[in-house]
Design a protein around this ligand. Structure first.
Ligand code: SIN
Length: 496
């Protein structure tokens, strides 16, 4: 058994933000990730970080935009904390060495993205913000935390209703037990539960499934954001085309060059993401091809080097100024119910970043609020841990003996049913079909309880987590009868 002060599951921006702060205060931290530390959504993030740092901006304006995009379902206190803490935390991050893009006069460069009243998105390396932010965080952490890679967490170890540790399997097949008074879940969202996604291939709903098995309360699982513009060729997605492209003048057009957002929303191409995604989807469902017309953007390749590389490596000729796009799963607004300071309903278990639902995003996340959430709530979670005095309560894991009654499905099977059941446009009938599908794989009448890991490979257990998360999402979607933001029920006349 390995004992430490804090265990962090996941290795993206939220995990590193927590770890840096804890290590500054001398805590012993172990980060555990199922893959390589760079395999996460944070490194793929393009657009940037929204923060009210301009003289003509204010955190109140950022707050209002966050609430409007979220259809007002956001937790107002948590949202206020996010936007108010943001400027100070970003200034500190810049002081630590982070280099955001600048204007020729040396001031910060602000990009515009959907549903923001003004340009307030800071970025780095043009559209390589996530990568540059993570490189800075690796530097700031400076080897002070132990990072265990290629070691999936199989379960959270519980003792008398408290989270006290985790059980993992390393790349040599050994089961390892880690115990600590604080377990921080920061393993991201659910993108790969869908056929097309902007997410890293490792993001498979593990946070939701692990927390569910630990008995944690989950919230708003039905709110799944689809990004309107993934590079899409012959129905296959090849990566994100940042919303900042539309912020800089990119326009969504059909094959005849007609604008598809005209008359749909007053903000047109910069309407909230759920609105734009549904509009693009309604066209692609009719068999039309939709493009992002970039002809009005000067110096496209230098402003968007990452997007340019994604396009060119997939055979898109940028001289034609048309990038073929379609929506794909991008961000989970729902997740483990948590406070901005990380506490969940389970003592000893904390959640932060996309894994958590502090409900700052409501029914639809405002663009570039997610890296921000990782940095801000990561710091608040670490500060909370620093000022708490939970005692270690180590325990061994009791190997479960449950086995599947039916063979596991393929990932492709799961993504197909998820798109049908809880995709961009939903119907009650399809949601019920999804619930029934998932329940067909339930190994026990008590639900998706822990399987005997000795009988299954890591890939099998990943699929089991996908089934678990899919079932929970479908049930959550069934519980919300009215459309709000990303939860859109067809023929529902009460869309908020
Ligand atoms: C993007 O660059 O379009 C993604 C930014 C975000 O998800 O907030």
């Amino acid at each position: 058994m390995i004992l430490t002060d804090v265990i962090i599951i996941g290795a993206g921006i939220a995990a590193h933000s927590v770890a840096c702060r804890l290590c500054d205060r001398g805590k012993k931290v172990i980060i555990i990730t199922k893959s390589n530390k760079r395999d996460c959504n944070s490194t793929l993030a393009q657009g940037g970080i929204s923060v009210a740092l301009r003289d003509d901006d204010s955190y109140m304006s950022h707050y209002e935009d966050t609430l409007t995009a979220g259809c007002g379902l956001n937790d107002k206190e948590a949202t206020m904390t996010l936007v108010k803490e943001a400027p100070g935390i970003i200034r500190d991050f810049i002081k630590s060495g982070m280099n955001f893009d600048k204007e020729p006069d040396g001031s910060l460069s602000f990009g515009k993205e959907a549903a923001h009243k003004l340009a307030r998105v800071i970025h780095a390396g043009g559209d390589r913000t996530g990568l540059m932010v993570m490189e800075q965080l690796y530097k700031n952490l400076d080897g002070r935390a132990e990072i265990r890679e290629n070691e999936p967490v199989i379960d959270i170890i519980m003792k008398n209703g408290e989270a006290v540790g985790v059980i993992t399997r390393d790349k040599d097949g050994n089961f390892n037990t880690y115990c600590a008074p604080y377990i921080v879940m920061a393993a991201g969202g659910i993108g790969n539960l869908f056929p097309g996604t902007s997410n890293d291939s490792t993001v498979t709903g593990d946070s939701v499934a692990l927390a569910y098995r630990a008995g944690a309360e989950l919230k708003n699982l039905e709110f799944i954001q689809f990004h309107p513009t993934l590079l899409t060729i012959n129905g296959k997605n090849f990566g994100l085309i940042s919303e900042a492209v539309r912020g800089d003048g990119g326009i969504l057009v059909n094959e005849k060059g007609e604008r598809i957002m005209e008359g749909v929303h007053p903000m047109k191409d910069l309407a909230p993401r759920d609105v734009v995604s549904r509009t693009v989807y309604s066209h692609t469902q009719k068999g039309e091809n939709i493009y992002l017309d970039i002809s009005k953007i000067k110096g496209f390749k230098s402003r968007f080097p990452n997007v340019s590389e994604i396009c060119e490596s997939n055979g898109v000729d940028l001289n034609k100024n048309l990038i073929p796009v379609a929506p794909g799963a991008h961000f989970h607004m729902g997740g483990i119910k948590a406070k901005p300071t990380g506490e969940t309903s389970v003592s000893g278990l904390y959640a932060v970043g996309e894994a958590a639902c502090t409900n700052v995003h409501g029914a639809n996340r405002l663009a570039s609020n997610s890296l921000l959430e990782g940095l801000v709530f990561g710091k608040l979670t670490a500060d909370n841990i620093i000022s708490s005095d939970r005692k270690a309560n180590p325990a061994e894991y009791t190997m479960p003996t449950t086995k599947m009654k039916t063979p596991l499905p393929t990932k492709k099977d799961i993504t197909k049913i998820m798109m049908e059941c809880v995709g961009i446009v939903r119907t009650e009938e399809n949601i019920l079909k999804g619930i029934k599908y998932f329940e067909g794989f339930m190994p026990d009448e008590k639900g998706f309880i822990s399987l005997d890991p000795r009988a299954y490979t890591d890939k099998d257990l990943e699929i089991y987590n996908m089934l678990t998360a899919g079932w929970l999402i479908a049930k959550s979607a069934y519980g919300r009868k009215e459309s709000f933001g990303a939860h859109y029920i067809e023929n529902d006349n009460i869309h908020h």
